[in-house]
Design a protein around this ligand. Structure first.
Ligand code: MG
Length: 247
């Protein structure tokens, strides 16, 4: 079978999220990597607030989003998450649409700066794009940051579709987000390969809709118990051209 398309997960597949690149602040005497300091600067234009209170609301809004996501894989978009954040701080998000936008952009920009695009992925993607359609299928709550990361890496134009759960409303491993990506590039599962780092989300989700999966597993950890083996297991994306040649 010849693959006519390659679909990629984004974080920890195409780009590495480097937590150490997030701003460092001190919360209750302990160093913490977080965007909360930047959010605080925005919030203080609207109401007095301490860094600690801002951080607690930020963490609580993340935990609430994660709780909801775990129920059925519905995405909780960053806009919804920051509405929760503001309500926790006794501000009405509906009355402050400009504040919601500024928080979204600020958080997204600072998070985006923590994304590290390995230099060898650029030439690799260009070579793959010359022989297959490429798409992104990402679980992420704010599409502009995902696009911006690819843009700054100089590769955004190589993708025929950038499908982010923020926009689709469903997260991997749900079939809806894989199906949407395939519809957008006009290639069915029988002719496409999915590449991702999460066995439970990327590999299982892709296989459930009939895609072949390449599991990127740089540290050679064992496959989680009970999981169907991926069609390919790779340590680095540089193994993909060989897979496409053999297909
Ligand atoms: Mg990932």
């Amino acid at each position: 079978m010849a693959y006519r398309a390659v679909l990629f997960d984004l974080f920890d597949t195409l780009v590495r999220f480097d937590r150490d690149r997030l701003p460092l602040v001190e919360i209750d005497g302990k160093p913490v990597r977080t965007t909360a300091g930047h959010l605080l600067a925005v919030m203080r234009e609207y109401r007095p607030l301490t860094l600690e209170a801002c951080y607690v609301a930020h963490v609580a809004s993340w935990q609430e989003a994660e709780r909801l996501r775990a129920i059925d894989h519905r995405e909780v978009a960053a806009r919804e998450r920051f509405a929760f954040f503001l309500r926790r701080l006794e501000l009405d998000p509906v009355a402050h649409p400009d504040l919601v936008e500024r928080l979204l952009r600020t958080h997204g920009r600072v998070l985006g700066q923590a994304a590290d695009f390995p230099a060898h992925h650029g030439p690799l993607l260009r070579a793959l794009a010359s022989r297959a359609r490429l798409a992104i299928v990402s679980n992420f709550d704010y599409t502009p940051t995902a696009r911006d990361i690819l843009e700054r890496a100089g590769v955004v134009g190589l993708f025929d579709a950038i499908v982010v759960s923020d926009e689709i409303g469903w997260r991997k491993p749900r079939a809806e987000i894989f199906d949407e990506a395939m519809a957008r590039i006009g290639v069915g599962p029988e002719a496409a390969l999915f590449v991702g780092d999460r066995a439970d989300i990327d590999v299982a989700g892709a296989q459930a809709v009939g895609l072949h999966a390449a599991w990127i597993n740089p540290d050679a950890v064992p496959l989680p118990a009970g999981m169907r083996a991926p069609e390919y297991e790779i340590r680095d994306l540089d193994e993909l051209p060989g897979i496409l040649e053999r297909s």
